[in-house]
Design a binder for this molecule. Structure first.
Ligand code: SF4
Length: 358
């Protein structure tokens, strides 16, 4: 499943592992696989293997992610990992601990080519796609961190750096591994997109009913063309039709993500247009409202809390389901749209800027 020449620890598949273990008793493949996915163990920690084999595996299957920093929010419930990867790429992963669940937000690309101007990742540009192994390893490394605090990862959201449906094969390879080998429920795996319509349509045909989060941010084409450039290729009518077809497949769930930008998309008319779009879907889409986080490249600020609540109430009064997503980890730049915010960016063109709110 990994596209790199040498397999990484979570990039290797079972067949390749069996080849690597050629000459060993056949049950070794199961032992190693269970060690990697059920016990989240490093080869060095697999005490049921002979020492020489542990050392051979550790050398043959290197980790893909090398830690640069790990930041913990003041309240200790959000952890942001900054990793370096092969090819001088850098990505971030965020672990969010809630009372009822532990969620990992993974990156699917180093950087992003979608150019949403309010997004810190978009401002930094595109470096490369991640492999399935690099995505899965983000979850495993975060899951180990959660386990240290007695918690078990239950949800994964593909809302970190990158547009997941622009790296579809690797993302789907990771989804299958997370579901089949780490044992996560498909409904607890959420793939976000800014609206790559062919990818949404293929997602509807996949056998696993993952949840889809569409980063909408604007409910008319004129504004969305500006905020989310992919809208010039797949306009709102085309996107809504794909969303309706996605929902028509049994068991599929969908939400709209809306980063509230002060004076840009938080007006009463925006709420009216958004509610109308929500009602076009059956069941109606749920709206997650996210106050835009500050990023270095865009001068506009997020909507103040009182007006966020007002916008939500207006949506609800118009028949839409809407909740305000609590920003997590703003103090460590781990909130939506802040991944890579610490990376130096070109701020000379302030309108070019934007967030993966996904
Ligand atoms: S909002 Fe998402 S799709 Fe847009 S530039 Fe940022 S990471 Fe890419």
């Amino acid at each position: 499943m990994s596209s790199t020449a040498a397999p990484t620890r979570y990039g290797i598949d079972r067949d390749a592992l069996a080849t690597l273990l050629d000459g060993e008793p056949r049950y070794r493949v199961d032992q190693v696989w269970q060690g990697l996915y059920e016990r989240l163990a490093r080869p060095e920690e697999m005490s049921n293997l002979p020492r020489a084999l542990r050392e051979r595996l550790a050398a043959a299957l290197p980790e893909a992610l090398h830690p640069i920093t790990e930041s913990v929010s003041d309240r200790g419930d959000t952890v942001k990992f900054l990793w370096s990867l092969a090819g001088d790429a850098r990505i971030e992963t965020v672990l969010m601990l809630y009372p009822d669940r532990a969620t990992v937000c993974v990156s699917s690309q180093a950087g992003c080519a979608m150019g949403c101007g309010f997004c810190a990742t978009g401002q930094a540009g595109f470096t490369r796609h991640l492999t399935s192994g690099e995505i899965v390893e983000q979850v495993v490394r975060a899951a180990r961190r959660a386990r240290d605090g007695g918690r078990r990862v239950s949800n994964v959201v593909f809302m970190g750096m990158g547009e997941p449906l622009a790296n579809e094969a690797a993302v789907w390879g990771a989804v299958e591994r997370l579901h089949g080998d780490l044992g996560l429920s498909a409904r607890h795996l959420t793939i976000s997109t800014v609206g790559i319509v062919p990818g949404i349509r293929r997602l509807a045909e996949r056998r696993l009913p993952v949840t889809l989060a569409v980063s909408l941010h604007a409910a008319n084409d004129e504004l969305r063309d500006e905020l989310v450039p992919i809208n010039r290729r797949y306009d709102l009518d085309t996107l809504l039709a794909a969303c309706a077809d996605f929902l028509a497949v049994n068991g599929r769930r969908l939400s709209f993500e809306w980063a509230l930008i002060d004076g840009v998309n938080d007006r009463p008319s925006d709420a009216v247009e958004l509610a109308a779009l929500c009602r076009r879907l059956k069941p109606a889409a749920h709206v997650n409202l996210i106050p835009l986080n500050p990023t270095p490249g865009w001068p506009t600020t997020g909507t103040p809390p009182a007006r966020v609540a007002e916008f939500r109430d207006r949506l609800v009064s118009l028949g839409a389901n809407a909740t305000v997503r609590r920003n997590r980890g703003t103090d460590i730049d781990a909130a939506c749209g802040q991944l890579a915010a610490a990376t130096p960016v070109d701020v000379s063109s302030p309108r070019r800027a934007r967030t993966d709110t996904g």
